[in-house]
Design a protein around this ligand. Structure first.
Ligand SMILES: Nc1nc2c(ncn2[C@@H]2O[C@H](COP(=O)(O)OP(=O)(O)OP(=O)(O)O)[C@@H](O)[C@H]2O)c(=O)[nH]1
Length: 184
């Protein structure tokens, strides 16, 4: 039976690719009562991605989710979701990817301090209202050092953002091979 949403609860979930973090995040959201909002940051860049997204959408069908597709402005998406009892953001990694793309296109730099500030703004927006907000992110940087500077920069931005989210979250969980490991 679904339980009541926790009041103003921030849950941070990280893990590697296909570690089961999206499914775990959805299960946590489904365990709570009230309107559910899914904020997807993933741009549809090719057919393979479209198939993946379709699989996700089919999994969420008939589970009472409302979906917002927002690649960049997560503060606005969170503000637009104030009526929801549970908001799931999947995923922070692609949000940073999209921010980096915008910065590159506009020939601006996106450094770690900027990411830290943007992450704090997002946390502040998430803290508005009586609701649970779940952030899903990838744990990068556990493999070999990327050969090119942009990939190394991207990896560092994600690491900094993840640290900020984990520090401010009420609860942090790391998914390993489909199993949740409680960090906090
Ligand atoms: N645009 C869009 N993206 C979606 C939607 N639903 C899910 N996604 C995206 O699907 C992505 C996750 O899909 P996968 O690549 O299959 O998952 P994964 O992160 O590799 O694997 P897990 O760790 O098992 O979750 C997330 O970045 C979501 O933003 C949707 O309705 N629209």
């Amino acid at each position: 039976m679904a339980s009541k949403p926790l009041t103003n609860h921030l849950l941070y979930i990280s893990g590697g690719a296909r570690s089961g973090k999206s499914r775990y995040a959805e299960q946590r959201a489904l365990a709570l009562t009230g309107p559910r909002r899914y904020i997807a940051t993933c741009p549809v860049i090719d057919d393979e991605m479209a198939v993946r997204i379709d699989r996700h959408q089919q999994r969420r069908a008939d589970q009472g989710w409302q979906t917002i597709e927002e690649p960049v402005d997560l503060v606005a998406a969170l503000d637009a979701s104030r009526d929801s009892a549970v908001v799931l953001i999947d995923c922070v990694t692609l949000w940073i990817n999209n921010l980096l793309y915008v910065a590159e296109t506009e020939q601006q730099t996106l450094d770690e301090d900027a990411i830290h500030r943007l992450t704090l703004q997002m946390i502040d927006a998430a803290r508005q209202g009586q609701r649970t907000v779940i952030f899903v992110s990838n744990e990068l940087g556990m493999g070999i050092v990327p050969a090119d500077a942009l990939s190394r920069h991207y990896r560092d931005l994600i690491g900094r953002c993840n640290q900020t989210l984990a520090a401010h979250a009420d609860e942090a969980v790391f998914l390993v091979s489909g199993l949740p490991l409680s960090l906090k």
